[in-house]
Each structure stands twice: as structure tokens, then as C-alpha cells.
Design a protein around this ligand. Structure first.
Ligand code: TRP
Length: 339
């Protein structure tokens, strides 16, 4: 079979339920890619999660299931993309070990995410061998599928650069084997959380794709608006108003008039918030109901990832054969037959 023009590999760590920020950034991009011509591999990076969550591996198992449910509920589809779990494909660990042998320690140590993450997650002991190796494992993920393009956010660019450097070094030692991937920057639209900061799991300000209607309503009531607009008829300055930002995103046709009414004191925040509830629920409700239906059939989820693992392994095995042969390693049964 001829190699497709574009091979996409991307992954997300299973760290909890996904929210509207993920939907607008990563997930819409995945949906676009799977609808196109490219061969797509989307991976739950559970071994990567282990690098920071090694004390509670049970939580990773649970979060892997949640992530898969979120993915399927938004429309990622096994007919269009290979959806799989990293730890189901043992070749990731195999290539990780091999690449680790030839990656200079300094490359790993100077990776900016290494120190940043250690500082950010100061409550955990991340002075481990595995955590230092995080980007090398990521390089193995990408090179294993001979990915041409890797959709990632800005924060992942150092890992992509390191992947390219590792591929080059492998090819320099053993001959041209692993193609260098390109990064494909995912635009991450600024999605405000309920407190006005960027929506993020760690800020506790997110609207999750699995939130109930009632919870969405409750969170909308807590949304940050103009704190000086005390009464409904006080003229507002909604420049940083989260509610207005959401109207602009999902009900652009109403946003202009709403803003005018707010500024002229003709509209109060409560009315505004009440109007937003059905708009956001219209986005979340279909995702939530697909998610609930899927959650009732764990055997379906199981068969999707089992099939995904088989497809992923088939491609990974091809790469490992090329890797071993480039290094002059013999397959089982060949030993003793060589000249
Ligand atoms: N490091 C990525 C993140 O934090 C997750 C990831 C693991 C990944 N392996 C990957 C992303 C391979 C792209 C390609 O989000």
C-alpha cells in the first residue's frame, strides 16, 4: 500500500474530564483532521501520565476511560481515525529505551518543560528518571508511526524539536530510517473560564463536556461580569465580561445588541446569564447524551480500543522492524544463520 501523504499522530494525557476549552482547541482540530485525507492516530498517553501520577496509577485507568468517552462523544470515530491507548502498544516502551540510549542527557535536561513542570507540580517528586525521559517517550510515540505531522499546542514545540533531533541522530548513526515530523500548531482560541481566566482544569473554572444542565446553569450564575454593574439598570462596561465573551463565541448574531443594552443600562446580568444557559446547553447536551449512552456499553468502548490497538501495533511493528534492521539486530530465529 502506498504511504499516505500525511500521517498524523497526536496524544492527550488522561488527566481528567475534558472541557469546552479542549473542544474549541484540540478536539475541533482532531475532528477536522479525521474528516480529511490524512491517516490519523489519536492516542491516550497513559504512560506519559504515569510520569507525574505514578503514586496513583488507578486514577490513570479511570481517566483513560473518561478521555475515551469524551473523544467518542464529540465525534472522534474509529472508522475515520485509529483511537488507541499508549500502554496497549508495547513498541512505545521498546523504542523509548532504544532512543534513550542515543539521546544526550543534556538535551533532556535543557528541555524547558522539564524545569517548568517540576516547579508547577512542586507537590510531587518529579526528580525521577522517567520524568526526565518524558520528551524521549514522546519522540518514540511520534517516530513509531512515522508521523509526518503532529498537531500540538505551542507548549509542546520543544518536544517536537527534540523529536526531530533524535530522529536525525538515529538516522546519522544507522542510516535513513525515521522520518522527521513537522509540528502542526493548533490554534488555541482563548476560551474564558467562569472566573475570567483561561479555562483550565487546574483553575477549577471549567465547563466540562459531561456537566449536567443544572451544573452548567449554576456555573453560568457564577460567571464573572462587570463588578461595578450593581443594578440591572446600571450602565455596564462588559470588556472583561465572561458572559458576553460566550455570546460572542456561540451566539454572535445576538452579541452586538446584548452589548449595547448592557452599556446603556437596559439589560441586567441575570437576564443575560439566563439567556446563555440554553445556548451553552445546546452545545453540551448532545455531547453529554452520547457520552451517557456510551458509558452504558463498556463492551463497545472496549472493542473500539482493542481494534485501535491492533491497527496501531501493525504500524508500530513495521517501524520496529525497520529500526532493528537498521541497527543490524537479528530477529528471533535468525541468530546463527548470519554469515
Ligand atoms: N505531551 C503531550 C501533552 O502534554 C501529550 C503527548 C504524548 C503527545 N505523546 C504525544 C502529543 C505525541 C503529541 C504527540 O499534551
Amino acid at each position: 500500500m502506498p504511504e499516505p501523504k500525511q500521517v498524523i499522530l497526536s496524544g492527550m494525557r488522561p488527566t481528567g474530564r475534558l472541557h469546552l476549552g479542549h473542544l474549541e482547541g484540540v478536539l475541533k482540530n482532531y475532528l477536522k483532521l479525521q474528516a480529511g485525507e490524512a491517516l490519523c492516530y489519536f492516542m491516550v498517553a497513559d504512560i506519559h501520565a504515569l510520569s507525574t501520577e505514578y503514586k496513583v496509577p488507578g486514577a490513570i485507568t479511570q481517566n483513560t476511560k473518561e478521555l475515551l468517552l469524551d473523544w467518542l462523544a464529540v465525534g472522534l470515530a474509529p472508522e475515520k481515525a485509529t483511537l488507541f491507548v499508549q500502554s496497549d502498544v508495547l513498541e512505545h516502551t521498546e523504542l523509548f529505551v532504544i532512543l534513550g540510549m542515543l539521546t544526550p542527557l543534556a538535551w533532556a535536561e535543557r528541555c524547558p518543560t522539564y524545569k517548568e513542570q517540576q516547579q508547577e507540580l512542586a507537590d510531587r517528586d518529579l526528580a525521577t528518571y522517567g520524568f526526565l525521559g518524558y520528551p524521549i517517550l514522546q519522540a518514540a510515540d511520534i517516530l513509531l508511526y512515522r508521523a509526518t505531522h503532529v498537531p500540538v499546542g505551542q507548549d509542546q514545540l520543544p518536544h517536537l524539536e527534540m523529536t526531530r533531533e533524535i530522529a536525525r541522530r538515529f538516522n546519522y548513526f544507522y542510516g535513513e530510517t525515521l522520518p522527521e515530523p513537522q509540528s502542526m500548531l493548533t490554534a488555541s482560541p482563548k476560551v474564558p473560564g467562569i472566573d475570567g481566566r483561561k479555562m483550565s482544569k487546574s483553575y477549577g473554572n471549567a465547563l466540562h463536556l459531561s456537566d449536567s444542565k443544572e451544573l452548567v446553569e449554576k456555573k453560568i450564575k457564577q460567571m464573572y461580569t462587570d463588578p461595578r454593574k450593581i443594578h440591572a439598570d446600571t450602565p455596564g462596561t462588559p470588556d472583561n465580561c465572561v458572559v458576553l465573551a460566550w455570546y460572542k463565541m456561540y451566539a454572535a448574531d445576538q452579541a452586538g445588541e446584548i452589548e449595547q443594552e448592557c452599556r446603556s443600562g437596559k439589560r441586567g446580568c441575570m437576564v443575560c446569564k439566563r439567556g446563555l444557559s440554553p445556548i451553552l446547553d445546546a452545545i453540551i447536551a448532545p455531547i453529554r447524551s452520547r457520552r451517557e449512552a456510551l458509558a452504558e456499553h463498556p463492551e463497545q468502548l472496549e472493542s473500539i480500543v482493542r481494534d485501535g490497538a491492533l491497527r496501531a501495533r501493525a504500524r508500530a511493528a513495521e517501524t520496529m522492524e525497520a529500526v532493528r534492521s537498521a541497527m543490524g539486530w537479528l530477529a528471533v530465529g535468525q541468530r546463527g544463520k548470519e554469515k
